[in-house]
Design a protein around this ligand. Structure first.
Ligand SMILES: Cc1cc2nc3c(=O)[nH]c(=O)nc-3n(C[C@H](O)[C@H](O)[C@H](O)COP(=O)(O)OP(=O)(O)OC[C@H]3O[C@@H](n4cnc5c(N)ncnc54)[C@H](O)[C@@H]3O)c2cc1C
Length: 336
């Protein structure tokens, strides 16, 4: 039991994969707290909803490898447990073989011991990819990873959040003084943190994906962090772009061409795939993920206790459960 020094009301600001994971874990670990999720976007309007949900620490810049490995491992283990549970289908969690190919020599990924079955591809295994694309690959590796399909997982998670007693409030926060009624705020605003918290270290990383019908594609493929193929239950996600500082949410023809041509080179059978829809989202880029406690003086001169949890770039799903666990520890410390 927490010995509370203030009221029991905690606000989780944001309803993407981070906000929902945090809200649920606070209620599970600290049931004496009242939790309200405040957000101006829920469900399909969030960045999280557009993500394919592949476990892979992507575009995390200078976030220390040891942090990524701890948060990533905890999330991997949690998702793997879900996969082996009766909830796998309802939660949209599955496992896939992942193949990553590099045209130039490349360092090992720092997270290679987090995933099972990591190994380098032999020359004869690279050969079919090279033949399909009419190119040479210097290196490739494969491993088993998890897809946590966000369009299925987020509604499932929201249901669990509501069942745990969390309240939802649909509003857009313009000033931190609007939150001063809470004993603590967990900041899970993603790209929104730049404006609301004046974080100048944040930058958007624009991502364009195309979803196609190609039910014969069952594995994940990645080339040079440039093009990727991620199977989902109903479609296959083809990517992608990673344009730093670009906030244009409209799909562009040159990106469409880059995605199609790049993915076709990897997997020529995609020429038979039927395009379904496309989407552009902004990854919440930051030099390093921000997960820490801060006391902020609001515009109205009041002290606001905040636990920050944002800036997860292209790996928010991958780190979600592990980050939420660390948030809970910080909340407990701050309120004790
Ligand atoms: C094309 C693309 C593909 C991706 N694929 C993957 C993938 O396969 N695997 C992976 O791990 N990651 C992937 N990502 C990254 C992942 O989507 C993000 O890291 C993750 O969604 C961030 O989650 P979040 O909850 O922090 O932010 P969001 O989902 O953006 O949620 C932010 C929440 O904060 C709320 N908010 C913000 N400001 C305010 C305010 N002032 N007042 C009220 N509410 C506010 C918003 O309404 C929203 O509810 C991908 C991203 C893109 C763009």
């Amino acid at each position: 039991m927490l010995k509370l020094t203030g009221n029991r009301d905690v606000c989780v600001l944001g309803a993407g994969v981070m906000g929902l994971s945090v809200a649920l874990q606070i209620r599970q670990a600290l049931p004496e707290l009242n939790v309200t999720i405040v957000a101006d976007r829920f469900g399909t309007e969030t960045t999280s909803d557009g993500a394919a949900g592949l476990w892979e620490p992507y575009k995390l810049d200078e976030t220390p490898a040891n942090k990524i490995n701890v948060w990533g491992q905890e999330t991997y283990d949690y998702l793997q447990d879900l996969y082996f549970s009766e909830h796998a289908a309802a939660a949209g969690v599955t496992t896939v073989a992942a193949y990553q190919l590099w045209s130039e020599p490349h360092d090992d990924p720092p997270w290679k011991d987090v995933v099972p079955h990591f190994r380098y591809l032999a020359a004869k295994e690279l050969q079919p990819f090279a033949a399909a694309g009419g190119c040479q690959y210097a290196l490739g590796w494969c491993f088993t990873t998890i897809i946590c399909e966000q369009r299925i997982y987020l509604p499932w998670l929201l249901y669990k959040v509501l069942r745990s007693g969390v309240t939802l409030q649909h509003s857009s926060i313009k000033a931190l003084s609007e939150l001063s009624g809470y004993s603590l705020v967990v900041n899970c605003t993603g790209i929104g943190a730049a404006r609301l918290f004046g974080d100048t270290e944040m930058y958007p990383v624009r991502g364009h994906v195309i979803r196609v019908r190609a039910p014969w594609i069952k594995s994940n493929y990645f080339v040079d962090e440039s093009n990727y193929i991620i199977p989902q239950s109903d479609t296959v996600v083809l990517g992608g772009t990673a344009q730093r500082g670009d906030t244009d949410l409209q799909p562009r023809e040159e990106d469409r061409q880059h995605i199609w041509q790049g993915c076709l080179r990897m997997m020529p059978s995609l020429a038979q795939a039927k395009p379904e829809r496309e989407w552009v989202g902004l990854r919440p880029g930051r030099k390093s993920v921000r997960l820490e406690y801060e006391e902020i003086e609001t515009e109205a001169g009041k002290l606001l206790r905040v636990v920050h949890n944002y800036g997860h770039g292209g790996g928010g799903v991958t780190l979600s459960w592990g980050c939420a666990r660390e948030v809970v520890a910080l909340v407990q410390q701050a309120l004790s």
